[in-house]
Ligand binder design. Structure first.
Ligand code: C5P
Length: 291
């Protein structure tokens, strides 16, 4: 089954359907400034990895959400859940019903947009189910929701609201490693010493070979890595565990780290090796989508 096959939006309003909420990976994340409201200005190269949560919708008179899957423990099923917040944003108190089920595979508070990806999938799935257009104010659900609504690699600037689609990147595979330590995003941003660091080059090169792309990424940064590692030193151990990757970095505000591999076989070998050595960590692999 291809990754695209795993999304099956309702074929007509009112019909059942499903949508994958792919992990969001910040291959780079530069903190370039701060707004007067405290939000940080970013310059980030964002891709989606072919591993994610699955959200399903079935017809119902009332709105409900159930959750299953390996990441379900501790995820609220009430109005605090971003899936239900997304439903409320779309429905605007009209009382529309839908039976939602989330298969939660991604860890929460992990720097890979689990909640934002779920919210974006909910908006897309329910807009099709309820025959509505997507709201323009999706960012109020979370700064990463707009980038999760977009397909393919994106350059994300502003506070996450300014998106530029990028040409297809060279094909590669990611291994994602999370030491099962929650790192709350606000605390990592708050601990960032220098909030005005250089952006990526104004014009990004086009990459035809993976080696070229990896060379470019080596010259870029995740400015949140240092404050996140200061808070959770085990993140540095995750990066060491990915030492056979072409490049290993942290995504978002952590704690999840990614390693870039050329082939599925190399990524799968690294996944198996790390999962074996660290049975309590979350370790997963998937291709970069849209590459
Ligand atoms: O928007 P979201 O709820 O995902 O953001 C979580 C927290 O991360 C914010 O409350 C803020 O502290 C921080 N943040 C930030 N600048 C951004 C995005 C998030 O300071 N561009």
């Amino acid at each position: 089954m291809s990754h695209a096959d795993r999304t099956d939006l309702p074929s007509r309003p009112g019909a059942a359907g499903s949508r994958m909420a792919w992990a969001k990976i910040n291959l780079t994340l530069h903190a370039t400034g701060q707004r007067s409201d405290g939000y940080h200005l970013l310059d980030s190269l964002v891709v989606r990895a072919g591993i994610g949560d699955e959200l399903r919708v079935a017809p119902s008179d009332r709105l409900s959400l159930t959750i299953s899957g390996p990441g379900a423990a501790g995820v609220p099923t009430d109005a605090r859940n971003l899936v239900l917040k997304a439903a409320a944003l779309l429905d605007a108190d009209q009382g529309r019903g839908a039976a939602l089920h989330l298969v939660k595979n991604l860890p929460a508070a992990a720097g890979i947009g689990g909640g934002s990806a779920d919210a974006a999938a909910a908006l897309q799935l329910l807009a099709a189910h309820w025959d509505l257009v997507l709201p323009e104010n999706s960012a109020q659900l979370g700064a990463d929701v707009p980038v999760c609504l977009a397909d393919g690699p994106q350059r994300m600037r502003g506070v996450g609201d300014l998106l530029t689609p990028l040409p297809a990147l060279p094909a590669c595979h990611l291994v994602l490693v999370n030491p099962r330590v929650d790192v709350p995003t606000p605390s990592v941003f708050a601990a960032l010493d220098n909030k005005t660091q250089p952006a990526m080059p104004e014009v990004l090169p086009e990459f035809s070979a993976l080696a070229e792309f990896v060379d470019f990424l080596r010259g870029q940064r995740n400015d949140l890595a240092a404050p996140a590692i200061a808070r959770a030193p085990v993140i540095a151990v995750c990066l060491e565990a990915l030492d056979d990757a072409l490049l290993a970095r942290m995504s978002g505000s952590g704690a999840t780290c990614f390693g870039i591999y050329e082939t599925t076989a190399q990524a799968e070998a690294a996944r198996a090796r790390i999962a074996d050595a660290k049975p309590n960590w979350w370790v997963a692999t998937g291709p970069v989508l849209g590459a």
